[in-house]
Ligand binder design. Structure first.
Ligand SMILES: Nc1ncnc2c1ncn2[C@@H]1O[C@H](COP(=O)(O)OP(=O)(O)OP(=O)(O)O)[C@@H](O)[C@H]1O
Length: 842
C-alpha cells in the first residue's frame, strides 16, 4: 500500500481530489511507501509553505516508521508559485493522520519542526546549511549575508518597547530558485490592525497590535516570520514620504480550510500589510526595493507637508526621499460589454477589478458598449496615443474578437496588431484568456495585467474567397454541428444566459442534420514541426526579452511603453459604423501566403474572383516584422505582405459580415419548433448528386477501428477530403472551456504561438457518433476515436455542400459562408497582456 501526500501548484486549485488535479503540475511529493520505507522529497522546500500540516506529517512519520531516508529529488520541477503551494491530503493519508492523532498529542505535541526533522535524520542537512531551498523556521536565525541589511537601531526604541515573539527566517541561499535573490532584509514591525491609513503612523506605544519580525524582500517574495507573500500577488506599495511605515497591497490566494475544501472555492482577496521600519531611511530603502522589483509605488508627500504644517526639518529630509523610482502608471482604454455574462460584467469590473487597477495607479478610460459592433468601432477609430499601453476588454470571447477585428482593419494595421490587449473574463466563456494565460477569474486576470508582460499569440484570418471578406480570430473557427448550436443559442440568450449553449446543443442534437463539406488542408511539415520544437526550446531562454515590461513600438515612431504607460482621453463611443462596415483588406496574399510554394498551389486551385481594386502592392517584406514570433520564424519572410485598409467605398467585407449577421437573426426571428425549422435533420444530402466530385466521407467501418484513406486525395502538399463531417474545427490554441466541469481541452496539442492551426475533423454523421465524441471529449479521450482526425495545418480551405447549413463560428461570432473560405494564420502575432503560468515558473 502506498500513501502519498502531494503538493501542487495551486494557481487554479480545487484541491479536493487527485484526479481533479491531474492537469496540475506536481511540485513536490512526500511518499510513504510501506514496502520500501518512507521517502521524502523536497520537504525542505515546502516546510515554510505548509508548515503546520507538514510538521504534523513529519511527526506522524517519525512515530510511525522506525527509519527515514529523506533525500532530495531533482525530477520535480521547482516550485514556481511557492506562495500558492498547498498541501493536499488524500483520503488515505487523512485516514492515517486520524488514526495516529492520539499518539501525536501525547508524545509530540511540543516538538519543534527541527526536532521532528532530527527524528527523520534531516538535521545534518539543515544544520550544515546544505539545502539550497528556502526553509522558514521560527527558531532559526538567518546566517545569510544580506545584499542590503537594515538594522533595528537608531530610532529603534519602538522595537525594544515592543516585547513580542520574534520570528526568524532562513530562506536559504541568496540565489535560491524559489525566492530569487535577496533585495533587502532587516527587522520590521508588522501592524496587525485591519484598517490602516497610509498617512497614519502606527502608534508604537500600543504594542498589542505590533509584531517585530525578521523580514526579507527577494526578487520573488516578501518573507517575514513564516509568511511568504509572492510578489506576483502584490499590487502596489503605498508610501508617504518621510514616514517610517509603508503598506503593501496584495491579493493572495485565499485557501479554503481543509475541512471545507470540498465545498468552498478558493479565490483571491485583498490583504494590506502595514510595516513600520525603525527609521524613515529604512522605510525608504524597503520601498525602493519594491520599486526595483517592478511594484508600483503610490508615493505621496509627507502628510505634514501636504497639510501645510511644514517645518524645515521635514523639508530637508524630503529631498532625499523624492525619487522612488516606480514604473509609470499605464494608460489604457477599457472596453466593457455590459451585456456579457448575463449583464454582470459591469458589476464585476467596478467592484472587483477597478480597485486593483486604481491601487496599481492605472489611468483608465472606460467605455461601455451600446450595441454589437461598438467595440469594433472603438478599436478601429481609437487614437493610440490616448491608450499607448493597450486596450482592456471586459466581457467574453466575443468582445475580444470585435476589438481584434477593429484593430486589424485599420490603415496602420502593423501598428494596430502590436497594441497590447488585456482581457478581464466576465462573459459566458473566456476560452482565450483561460487557455493562454491560465486565468479565469476577473481578479487574477486584473493582477496579470497589473504585473504586465506580454504574450505573443497567433492570429488567424478566415477569408471568404469569392468576396474577399476577411474575419480574424484568436481562438477557433468551426463548422458543422457546433456552428449550428451557436446559431440556435442566440435565441436563448436572454432566457438561459451561459446555459444557452447547453440547451441549444441538446435541441440541435435531437434534430441533427447531416453536414457535407469539401475540404483541403495544407499540413505543417514534419521538418517544420521539429524546427519549431527546437525554436520553442530556444525561446524558453529568450522569453525574458519578450516579456519585458518596457516595450517600444517600432512602428510610426510612436514610443509605446508597455510597462503600460499613457492615456489621456479616449475617442467617443459613438458609432462610426460607416467606416467600419466598409473596412476591407487585401485578403488573398496574406491569407494564402503561407509560403510561396503553397501560395502558388493554393491560388492555382482556387476560384478567386479578384477585384483589381482591392489588390495593393505591399511594402518590402523586410520592414514588415515588428514583433518576433515566439516559436517559429516570423512569417514575414515567407511571403507576408500585410494588410491594408481599403477605401471604404470599394470594399465589402464589413458589409458582408454585417449582412451575414442580419441574415442569421432574421432566420432566428422565426421561432417555431426546431424540428419543423430543420427540414434536413433526417434527410441525407446527396453529396454525389449535388457536388459532382467522387470520394465520399470515411466508410462506416472506421468506427470499428479501421481508418481507411479512401476519400483522401493528395495533391502535392494539399490534402483533399470530401464527405460528411459532424464537425470541423480549426483551433489556434488548445481551447479549454471555462464552463466545463471537467477541464476539457478541444485541441490538446495546440499552442497559441506555434504558427499552426490544429485541425480537428469529426468524420461522418449520426447522433451516436456525436454523443461518443462529446462524452470522450469530457474525458480528454476524443482523439482516440477512429472517426476523429487531428492534424496540424498551415491552412484550411473549406466549402459546404449545397444542402449543408452554412454557418461558421469564429471565436463565438456567427457568420454565413457562401462558396469557399480559407483559414490561415497571419505572419504577425498580437500581444496579450500577462504571462502564462509556465513563464512565471521560469
Ligand atoms: N451593448 C451591447 N449590446 C448588445 N450586444 C453587445 C453589446 N456589446 C457587445 N455586444 C455583442 O455581444 C456579443 C457577446 O459578447 P461577449 O462575448 O462579450 O459576451 P458573452 O456573454 O461571453 O457572450 P458569448 O457567449 O458570445 O461569449 C458580442 O458578439 C458583441 O458583439
Amino acid at each position: 500500500m502506498i500513501h502519498s501526500i502531494l503538493f501542487f501548484n495551486t494557481i487554479h486549485h480545487f484541491p479536493t481530489h487527485f484526479l481533479r488535479l491531474r492537469h496540475h503540475t506536481p511540485t513536490a511529493a512526500v511518499t510513504v511507501d510501506n514496502r520500501r520505507g518512507p521517502t521524502i522529497s523536497n520537504v525542505y522546500h515546502l516546510i515554510s509553505f505548509a508548515y503546520t500540516s507538514l510538521n504534523h506529517l513529519l511527526r506522524l512519520a517519525a512515530d510511525h516508521f522506525s527509519s527515514f531516508s529523506p533525500f532530495m529529488l531533482d525530477e520535480y520541477p521547482s516550485i514556481a508559485s511557492f506562495a500558492m503551494v498547498e498541501l493536499v491530503v488524500p483520503e488515505a493519508v487523512k485516514y492515517m493522520l486520524q488514526k495516529n492523532s492520539g499518539s501525536f498529542s501525547k508524545s509530540n505535541s511540543f516538538r519543534t519542526p527541527q526536532q521532528a526533522l532530527r527524528n527523520l535524520n534531516c538535521c545534518s542537512q539543515i544544520s550544515t546549511g546544505q539545502q539550497t531551498s528556502p526553509v522558514v523556521f521560527p527558531e532559526k536565525r538567518t546566517k545569510n549575508k544580506a545584499s542590503r541589511r537594515t538594522e533595528a537601531s537608531g530610532n529603534g526604541d519602538d522595537f525594544k518597547k515592543t516585547k513580542r515573539e520574534e520570528h526568524r527566517i532562513d530562506i536559504g541561499g541568496e540565489q535560491s530558485d524559489l525566492l530569487g535573490y535577496e533585495v533587502i532584509s532587516g527587522k520590521l514591525v508588522l501592524d496587525k490592525r485591519k484598517t490602516i491609513k497610509p498617512t497614519e503612523e502606527p502608534n508604537s506605544t500600543e504594542t498589542t497590535h505590533l509584531d517585530t519580525v525578521d523580514a526579507k524582500l527577494t526578487s520573488k517574495a516578501l518573507v517575514w516570520g513564516s509568511y511568504v507573500l509572492s510578489l506576483d500577488d502584490v499590487v502596489s506599495v503605498s508610501y508617504n514620504n518621510g514616514l517610517r511605515h509603508f503598506i503593501v497591497h496584495s491579493y493572495p490566494i485565499k485557501k479554503p480550510s481543509y475541512s471545507l475544501s470540498c465545498f468552498s472555492k478558493s479565490g483571491r482577496s485583498r490583504k494590506d500589510f502595514c510595516f513600520l521600519a525603525s527609521t524613515p531611511d529604512e522605510a525608504f530603502q524597503w520601498v525602493t526595493g519594491f520599486a526595483d522589483q517592478h511594484c508600483f509605488v503610490n508615493y505621496s508627500s509627507h502628510p505634514l507637508v501636504s497639510s501645510k504644517k511644514q517645518d524645515s526639518e521635514i523639508l530637508a529630509s524630503d529631498f532625499s526621499y523624492l525619487h522612488v523610482k516606480s514604473k509609470h502608471p499605464p494608460r489604457m482604454l477599457v472596453i466593457l460589454n455590459p451585456r456579457s455574462g448575463r449583464g454582470r460584467s459591469g458589476k464585476v469590473f467596478h467592484n472587483l477589478v477597478e480597485p486593483i487597477f486604481k491601487l496599481a495607479g492605472f489611468k483608465l478610460e472606460v467605455v461601455k458598449t451600446t450595441s454589437a459592433g461598438h467595440a469594433r468601432n472603438l478599436a478601429f477609430n481609437v487614437d493610440f496615443s490616448t491608450c499607448p499601453d493597450g486596450i482592456i476588454c471586459v466581457g467574453g470571447d466575443g468582445i475580444i474578437n470585435e476589438v481584434l477585428n477593429g484593430l486589424l482593419c485599420r490603415d496602420n494595421q502593423k501598428e494596430a496588431i502590436s497594441i497590447p490587449i488585456g482581457i478581464i473574463p466576465a462573459g459566458s466563456d473566456n476560452s482565450l484568456v483561460w487557455t493562454v494565460l491560465g486565468v479565469r477569474d476577473p481578479v487574477s486576470a486584473a493582477l496579470a495585467i497589473v504585473k504586465g508582460g506580454l504574450t505573443a499569440t497567433d492570429v488567424f484570418a478566415v477569408e471568404w474567397v469569392q468576396t474577399g471578406v476577411i474575419h480574424f480570430g484568436m481562438t477557433v473557427s468551426y463548422f458543422g454541428f457546433i456552428s449550428d448550436v451557436l446559431e440556435l443559442s442566440e435565441r436563448y440568450q436572454k432566457r438561459f444566459g451561459p446555459l444557452r449553449y447547453f440547451v441549444a446543443g441538446v435541441l440541435k442534437f435531437l434534430c441533427l442534420p447531416k453536414y457535407s463539406y469539401e475540404l483541403e488542408y495544407l499540413p505543417a511539415s514534419r521538418e517544420e514541426n521539429l524546427e519549431r520544437q527546437a525554436e520553442a526550446d530556444k525561446d524558453i531562454a529568450d522569453m525574458s526579452d519578450l516579456y519585458t515590461d518596457v516595450m517600444r513600438s517600432h512602428t510610426d515612431g510612436i514610443p509605446r511603453a508597455s510597462s503600460l504607460s499613457s492615456i489621456d482621453s479616449i475617442m467617443t463611443p459613438g458609432r462610426s459604423g460607416v467606416e467600419m462596415d466598409t473596412c476591407s483588406t487585401e485578403p488573398s496574399d496574406y491569407v494564402r501566403a503561407i509560403d510561396p510554394k503553397s501560395k502558388r498551389l493554393s491560388s492555382s486551385r482556387s476560384t478567386v474572383t479578384s477585384d483589381p481594386e482591392v489588390i495593393h502592392p505591399q511594402p518590402s517584406l523586410s520592414s514588415a516584422s515588428n514583433w518576433p514570433r515566439t516559436r517559429s520564424k516570423s512569417r514575414t519572410d515567407k511571403g507576408w505582405s500585410g494588410l491594408t485598409s481599403q477605401d471604404p467605398t470599394r470594399s465589402s467585407w464589413g458589409n458582408i459580415g454585417a449582412n451575414d449577421k442580419e441574415d442569421i437573426s432574421s432566420t432566428l426571428s422565426d421561432p417555431g419548433p426546431i424540428w419543423d425549422a430543420e427540414p434536413k435533420w433526417d434527410t441525407e444530402p446527396n453529396w454525389e448528386m449535388e457536388n459532382p466530385i467522387e470520394l465520399p466521407g470515411p466508410p462506416e467501418d472506421v468506427e470499428n477501428g479501421e481508418r481507411r484513406e479512401t476519400g483522401v486525395r493528395m495533391e502535392t502538399n494539399w490534402v483533399v477530403k470530401k464527405g460528411k463531417f459532424l464537425g470541423i474545427l480549426a483551433c489556434n490554441h488548445s481551447c479549454k472551456t471555462v464552463q466545463s466541469l471537467s477541464s476539457q481541452v478541444v485541441a490538446p496539442k495546440a499552442e497559441h504561438d506555434d504558427d499552426t492551426l490544429d485541425l480537428l475533423l469529426v468524420h461522418g454523421s449520426g447522433r451516436l457518433r456525436l454523443l461518443r465524441f462529446f462524452l470522450l471529449l469530457q474525458m480528454g479521450r476524443h482523439l482516440s476515436l477512429p472517426y476523429v482526425e487531428y492534424v496540424k495545418v498551415k491552412s484550411v480551405k473549406l466549402k459546404p455542400g449545397k444542402s449543408t447549413h452554412n454557418g461558421c463560428g469564429i471565436d463565438g461570432e456567427l457568420f454565413r459562408i457562401s462558396g469557399q473560405v480559407v483559414a490561415s494564420l497571419l505572419p504577425d502575432q498580437c500581444r496579450l497582456i500577462g504571462r502564462p503560468p509556465s513563464s512565471n515558473a521560469k
